[in-house]
Design a protein around this ligand. Structure first.
Ligand SMILES: [Zn+2]
Length: 477
């Protein structure tokens, strides 16, 4: 397939050169003078098993890895428009805290911006602390975190070193059949975005960037073999079919976008079960096919000039479990005194549960010519991305009068958009304030609260993040 593909591409490029009508639309002037360069890099971040326990993240505590099913990776893309160099990297772990991202950036001088996100993998090592031997002990191995940081730097350097001129084409495709929404109201963010970066001469892809919105947790809570879940199979499928490196990004996963409970059948039509490698690999394969559909409809886009804006913000740490986890050292995060200001707060060593403290994190906005990319440091609900917050609120809602947050995509004025979740941090769920539902009476006449709030920093998170994004965009005007 790969060999045929390349000779085809060379043929079509020569057809383009002699101007035959059905040749692919790589505009000649761009082909000759593309100022945009791109390079791809990758490094293995699979932990070594044997010496000390490796706690697996995403579900319960004390899930110790017993083997490796497929290798975990750091994948990177470096874009350069001649004036600005920007790195986009993603790792196969559940989350990567902001302080670790700052460490990585410190080792990458010369970049206008470095994005480090995670796939939110639920079948990899604990990199946050919540999944240790018991609830009172962190599951993080600091040496492993350092290893991941250095592998990220390596992958970015590799991408930088291999950069070459490219022509970008972007396409999207909808895949509602590949998503289950585990929480009412049922709103899916089912748009996959695929960006291919083509060699201007031959027209062959030098690499792909794929963004999808789903929890990589198909293998469930019993699996003890380290895996990328469906991400590795999807990346390998595309690598096989298109013949180039692939950087995979996780977008909107809140509210709850998951592969669990999604009906997936084998090629022979046999239904495949959650918790199995068969379903996980088949899901990755189908996701690869969805990306191919997006690529087949892709159009040439302008990705220059490259611009990045980001802002440090503060989120009140109102979740009592997280406050306690920080107090006993399970969550290793610096504390700040909440001063009712999303942009300013004073560091504090205190861990008193009485004092209202806050977390420091970051929001970002990338503007690549026609493409805008929102960078969200956690698991945002689709309602906030797509401006579909429930209105009027359910009678059981705790904050029925809370203003509706400004939608993320509504801030985007350009023709193309993308969202990266778990971007430069993992602060948990970002829930529309008027859908916050922790105390009885519960929404939708339910007997118990839906899952979500327990893994959110607090009800002020969504209003602050959406406000900060809106102001970041307005700042450009
Ligand atoms: Zn999650």
């Amino acid at each position: 397939m790969k060999a045929t593909f390349q000779s085809w591409a060379a043929l079509l490029a020569s057809l383009a050169a002699i101007g035959l009508p059905h040749a692919p639309a790589l505009s000649a002037e761009d082909a000759g003078t593309s100022t945009l360069t791109a390079g791809f890099g990758e490094a293995d971040i699979t932990p070594v098993l044997g010496k000390k326990p490796v706690y697996m993240a995403g579900f319960g505590q004390n899930r110790q890895a017993t083997g490796v099913h497929d290798p975990l990776k750091a994948r990177a893309l470096v874009l350069n428009d001649g004036a600005h160099k920007i790195a986009i990297a993603c790792v196969d772990v559940v989350g990567f805290f902001h302080p670790s991202v700052v460490h990585v950036r410190a080792q990458l001088p010369g970049f206008a911006y470095v994005l480090v996100s995670s796939t939110h993998n639920h079948e990899g090592p604990d990199t946050l602390g919540l999944w240790g031997r018991n609830p009172f002990t962190s599951g993080v191995d600091p040496a492993y975190l350092q290893f991941v940081e250095s592998q990220l730097v390596k992958a970015v350097h590799q991408a930088d070193a291999t950069a070459a001129p490219v022509i970008p084409k972007l396409g999207t495709a909808r895949g509602p059949e590949l998503l289950h929404d585990g929480r009412e109201p049922y709103i899916k963010h089912d748009e996959l975005v695929a960006l291919q970066l083509l060699d201007p001469q031959s027209g062959t892809p030098r690499g792909l960037l794929v963004q999808w919105n789903c929890h990589p947790e198909t293998l469930g809570d019993k699996n003890t073999r380290l895996s990328t879940d469906f991400v590795g199979p999807a990346v390998n499928y595309l690598h096989e079919r298109v013949g180039c490196p692939v950087v995979y990004l996780t977008g909107t996963v809140g509210g709850l976008m998951t592969s669990l409970h999604v009906e997936i059948r084998s090629e022979a039509g046999k239904p495949l079960d959650d918790g199995t490698f068969e379903k996980t690999e088949r899901y990755g394969h189908l996701l690869g096919e969805l990306a191919e559909r997006a690529l087949s409809g892709s159009k040439q886009v302008k990705l220059t000039p490259l611009a990045a804006r980001s802002r440090i913000i503060y989120l009140p740490l109102d979740n009592p479990m997280y406050r306690l986890a920080r107090k006993i050292g399970v969550l290793n995060r610096e504390g700040f005194l909440w001063e009712n200001d999303l942009y300013k707060a004073t560091p504090t060593k205190g861990t008193s549960l009485e004092t209202r403290t806050c977390l420091q994190t970051e929001v970002g906005w990338l503007q690549f010519g026609d493409l805008e990319v929102a960078l969200i440091p956690g698991e945002i609900y689709p309602e906030l991305v797509l401006s579909k917050v429930q209105d009027p609120p359910d009678p059981g809602a705790e904050f029925p009068d809370a203003p509706i947050e400004p939608g993320i995509y509504a801030q985007m004025k350009g023709p193309y958009r993308m969202i990266v979740g778990l971007a430069n941090d993992e602060i948990g769920y970002i829930i529309p304030k008027r859908q916050w539902d922790e105390k009885p009476p519960f929404c939708y006449g339910r007997k118990r609260a839906q899952y979500g709030e327990v893994n959110s920093v607090g009800p002020e998170t969504a209003p602050i993040i959406c406000k900060a994004c809106k102001e970041l965009v307005e700042a450009r005007k």
